[in-house]
Design a binder for this molecule. Structure first.
Ligand SMILES: Nc1ncnc2c1ncn2[C@@H]1O[C@H](COP(=O)(O)OP(=O)(O)O)[C@@H](O)[C@H]1O
Ligand SMILES: [Mg+2]
Length: 389
């Protein structure tokens, strides 16, 4: 798919922007704090209805304003769509999503209209940090290809919050839990099975895709990268047992006011030569691992949906050595890509690509085209002296 137009209104430091990106690679140069990530964040909003870096909508609205919005016109294999996200936090309006100028009733309706994969320096957290980061990665990815997954995820959370609320109340009142808890546990079990099956299926696909990608990027044949889904469900049949497990755990859960078992506690286990990457891998291996996960995500989204998502590479080029950068660009091929750089020294290496300068003055961001690239990215990749060093 291709983004034909991006329009921002009071979004982060963009007072107003109307921008038509190139169908291939777009490079954005600018000092730190100029508005490069903000632009990618707007694309992420139009794909998933939320930011990739903050959980609240209010920081995203241009300082001093009450309403902010981002709009993207996307051309995919099913035609052209305009996606609009209007943010008005703290008001009854909240967040509204529009597809072709019609307000959608549920956020799930926007899933898959625009798909994106974002690479950022924080991807290292996928290896280094706790399970929540990896679950979020899986959830964001699967939601873009399965609306029923996104709905199951939302409904599971709602049912779990209700269960937790009942447990907390019963603790406070020193009474047995409200019988309604049965209904919420039943709902949790149903949604948990959709979540588990989808995550398991995608993790298996990730494993297959990742293995050769890791080798390719690292250039080391003896390094075996593997991914496994670690769940509270040990055997498929245990899924039927979830309802019973929830019931059994009520007393313990009541003490803590939380639900201790379920897909909200699952994890992706990443290993290199069968050793936990989090515990044993070097910084370089972790970087390769994180990049591998994102490239595998790209491949799977493309395979399942039958078209390439939009690629967003935020400040990751400077972290890769020349060989890894070249490998990454080869993988990208002709996919529409937005790449940001904060190092102006890299500007010399942008020959041939559509290049823009992002700057901020008086708190307002501005994007200016500084170079037009040739028609296709392919020719660029053949440039013999293509290098960022
Ligand atoms: N809600 C907002 N309103 C106005 N400016 C904002 C808002 N949120 C962030 N900014 C400004 O945006 C800039 C950071 O933009 P960002 O895209 O993260 O920078 P970078 O180019 O380094 O990626 C900072 O100057 C910050 O003050
Ligand atoms: Mg940035």
């Amino acid at each position: 798919m291709v983004i034909e137009k991006i329009e921002l209104n009071h979004f982060r430091n963009y007072e107003q922007l109307s921008f038509e990106p190139h169908e291939g690679v777009n490079l954005f140069f600018g000092k730190n704090g100029s508005g490069k990530t903000n632009l990618l964040e707007a694309i992420h909003y139009c794909a998933l209805g939320k930011s990739h870096r903050v959980s609240q909508d209010s920081p995203v609205i241009y300082s001093g304003e009450r309403v902010g919005s981002c709009n993207v016109t996307v051309r995919g294999k099913w035609g052209r769509n305009e996606i609009g996200v209007r943010l008005q936090p703290g008001d009854s309006g909240g967040k509204s999503v529009y597809i072709d100028r019609k307000k959608v009733k549920k956020l799930s309706e926007m899933m898959g209209v625009l798909r994106c994969v974002i690479f950022s320096p924080e991807d290292l957290d996928l290896i280094k940090e706790g399970p929540a980061v990896r679950r979020r990665f899986l959830d964001m990815m699967i939601s873009q290809i399965s609306r029923s997954y996104f709905i199951a995820l939302q409904q599971y959370r709602v049912a779990m919050e209700q269960r937790n609320a009942i447990l907390r109340t019963s603790k406070m009142l020193m009474q047995s839990p409200d019988p309604m808890i049965e209904d919420f546990e039943k709902a949790m079990s149903e949604y948990a099975s959709t979540i588990f099956r989808e995550r398991k299926k995608i993790t298996e696909m990730m494993g297959e895709e990742s293995f050769p990608i890791y080798r390719e990027i690292s250039g080391k044949k003896d390094e075996i990268f593997q991914i496994q889904y670690h769940s509270f469900v040990k055997k498929e049949e245990d899924l039927n047992e979830y309802n019973r497990i929830l019931k059994e755990n009520r007393e313990d859960d009541q003490k803590q006011g939380i639900t201790s078992v379920g897909p909200h506690r699952d994890d992706l286990h990443l290993t290199l030569n069968r050793k936990s990457m989090k515990m044993y891998a070097s910084q370089g291996q972790m970087r390769t691992g994180a990049l591998t996960l994102k490239l595998a995500q790209l491949k799977i989204l493309t395979k399942i949906s039958g078209e390439s998502p939009i690629l967003l590479l935020d400040d990751v080029m400077s972290e890769l050595d020349l060989q890894r950068r070249m490998n990454l660009l080869q993988e990208i091929g002709t996919i529409q890509t937005f790449i940001t750089f904060s190092d102006e020294g890299d500007l010399d290496a942008s020959q041939g690509y559509r290049t823009y300068a992002v700057s901020q003055s008086d708190g307002r961001a501005r994007i200016q085209e500084i170079k037009s690239g040739p028609e296709t990215v392919k020719t660029l990749l053949c440039e013999p002296d293509f290098s960022y060093d």
